[in-house]
Design a protein around this ligand. Structure first.
Ligand code: SF4
Length: 56
C-alpha cells in the first residue's frame, strides 16, 4: 500500500493526526500552512533542511 507522506512533517507518513482528515488532501492543517505565505516559506526551509540532512 502506498502511504501518503505528511506535507508538513518532512519524512513522516500521514498519521491522520488532524481530526476529520482522511489524508493530506483534506487536512486542514496542510491547507492552513499552504495558505499562509510565511508558514509556507518556513515549511520549504524545513523540507530543504530535512532533504539535506537525509542526503548527508
Ligand atoms: S493529518 Fe495532516 S498534519 Fe496530520 S499527518 Fe496527515 S497530513 Fe500531516
Amino acid at each position: 500500500m502506498n502511504v501518503p507522506q505528511c506535507p508538513v512533517r518532512p519524512g513522516d507518513a500521514c498519521s491522520l493526526c488532524v481530526p476529520g482528515a482522511t489524508g493530506p488532501q483534506d487536512c486542514h492543517l496542510v491547507a492552513m500552512v499552504m495558505s499562509d505565505p510565511d508558514l509556507r516559506a518556513r515549511l520549504a526551509e524545513l523540507r530543504r533542511e530535512w532533504r539535506e540532512g537525509t542526503a548527508a
